[in-house]
Write a protein that binds this ligand. Structure first.
Ligand SMILES: *Cc1c(COP(=O)(O)O)cnc(C)c1O
Length: 441
């Protein structure tokens, strides 16, 4: 498979097999089953709805599967908590959920000490609130800091939100042009920042390529230039270890419906380093962020802690399912999840090397697992068609331009045999599409 870096050693059974023969299929299947038997996290798969079926799910990086216990939890909540406690539930427990679950994400997922992480609105809205607060604070300190640095391949919502903030505040966007199969490097960031930089916004794991940014180094570069940095952790939370405190993060946001299995539209989390909390004024000043909210006072007086980043009533039902995944992560630990995630992506790349590269597929993700998050993007100009046909056969990857089939591998719910089955069917479907094209030619 065409890629940068050293030649990948054969990771199958060790037997030399003819590429594309029946025997590579069988020997790789035996390998996948051995990996599943040896996998210390394999038992978690049974805890997800639908994992017992033959469906291959390669999209846990976009919408994770529901934990079985979340179904019970939400039902119990509706009957007993909502139905039984009614309005009394707010005082008894629900008011504290944004900080309670936020702290749990801090502990289990991003290594942030308590009081710095909160469950709020969608990722998009939290990005807006944090970025706007950061830009306003920088402009107040130094009116010459009018630049926001972001890369051309950051997730659309990140680019759109920052574009809007630049317009509102009279700032400029400074774009880092990145390769779509890679991401922002320290050299590129060092070149982009300077005395005019207010804020840098980077995704820890690039949504398209899975490029894993060097977060401690990029944070240091931003700080050396006097800038603040906002990390988007959507594709790393729950798949790649994050050390928010140790790496000196200022601000971060992350999705909870991807690797944290919170369900469609579950609210996102935000991290604000404790010494910044009293300095930053967020733009959507609502009653949930004010001191003594039930005093219903005449004016907004933001609380001097993480709760000031809340605006309105917390989306309680949407916060429940993610707690079931957080419990599994607390039990297993992020290092074990990361180790399995690497083994899964390595196996997917090995199979793609053997089965898909001969059909013209190339890797659009970093080859080095140290530079790669939890998914693998495989490129071929037929992938849009291949993805549509795979969905009809109950293999669910997703498609991202240009020509990228994204294979998302959620470490708690994906098995090695599932990867084998999914890439085997990808080969069959790609062959079919190519044969039809040849027939048409
Ligand atoms: C998924 C994702 C989002 C999604 O934002 P929403 O507000 O939940 O729609 C934002 N940023 C990145 C990098 C993502 O991967």
């Amino acid at each position: 498979m065409a890629r940068d870096g050293p030649h990948r050693p054969h990771r199958g059974t060790g037997a030399r097999v003819t590429p594309d023969s029946r025997s590579t299929f069988d020997s790789q299947l035996a390998f996948a089953r051995r990996m599943d038997r040896a996998d210390g996290l394999a038992h978690y798969r049974k805890r997800f709805v639908g994992a017992e079926t033959d469906l291959v799910y390669f999209d846990g990086n976009s919408l994770g599967r529901p934990p079985v216990s979340a179904v019970e939890r939400v039902e119990r909540f509706l009957r007993e908590d909502w139905g039984g406690r009614l309005i009394r539930g707010w005082d008894e427990a629900w008011l504290q959920l944004p900080t309670e679950i936020g702290d749990r994400i801090g502990r289990a997922v991003i290594e942030a000490t308590a009081g710095q992480t909160i469950i709020g609105d969608s990722t998009t809205v939290l990005l807006y609130k944090l970025a706007r607060a950061a830009v306003d604070a920088q402009l107040a300190r130094d009116p010459a800091r009018r630049e926001i640095v972001i890369d051309t391949d950051n997730f659309p919502t990140d680019r759109y939100v920052l574009d809007g903030i630049a317009r509102e505040t009279g700032c400029r966007l400074r774009w880092i042009d990145v390769d779509t199969s890679s991401g922002v490097t320290p050299e590129q960031l060092a070149e982009a920042v300077g005395p005019e930089t207010a804020l840098v916004v980077v995704s820890h794991v690039a949504y398209r390529s899975a490029y894993l940014a060097d977060a401690p180094e990029l944070t240091r570069i931003a700080h050396d230039a006097g800038a603040l940095i906002l990390w988007d952790l959507c594709h790393s939370a729950g798949s790649v270890p994050v050390k928010a405190d140790l790496w000196g993060f200022d601000l971060a946001v992350g999705c909870t419906y991807k690797y944290l299995n919170g369900g469609p539209g579950s609210p996102a989390f935000a991290y604000v380093r404790d010494d910044l909390q009293a300095v930053l004024a967020q733009p959507i000043q609502g009653w949930w962020g004010t001191t003594d909210m039930f005093a219903m006072g005449p004016e907004y007086r933001p609380v001097p802690n993480i709760r000031r980043f809340l605006s309105g009533t917390a989306p309680v039902v949407g916060m429940l399912a993610m707690e079931e995944t957080l419990a599994m992560i607390e039990e297993a630990g992020m290092p074990a999840l990361r180790a399995k995630s690497i083994a899964l992506t390595e196996f997917a790349i090995t199979l793609a090397d053997e089965w898909l590269a001969p059909l013209g597929v190339t890797l659009a993700s970093p080859a080095d697992p140290e530079e790669r998050g939890g998914h693998v993007t495989l490129h071929h100009d037929a992938m849009r068609e291949v993805t549509a046909r795979l969905w009809q056969r109950d293999v669910i990857p997703d498609y991202r331009d240009p020509g990228g089939l994204r294979v998302g591998l959620s470490p708690l719910s994906t098995s090695f045999e599932e990867v084998h089955r999914g890439l085997g069917l990808t080969r069959d479907v790609l062959r079919e599409v190519l044969a039809e094209r040849a027939g048409l030619g």
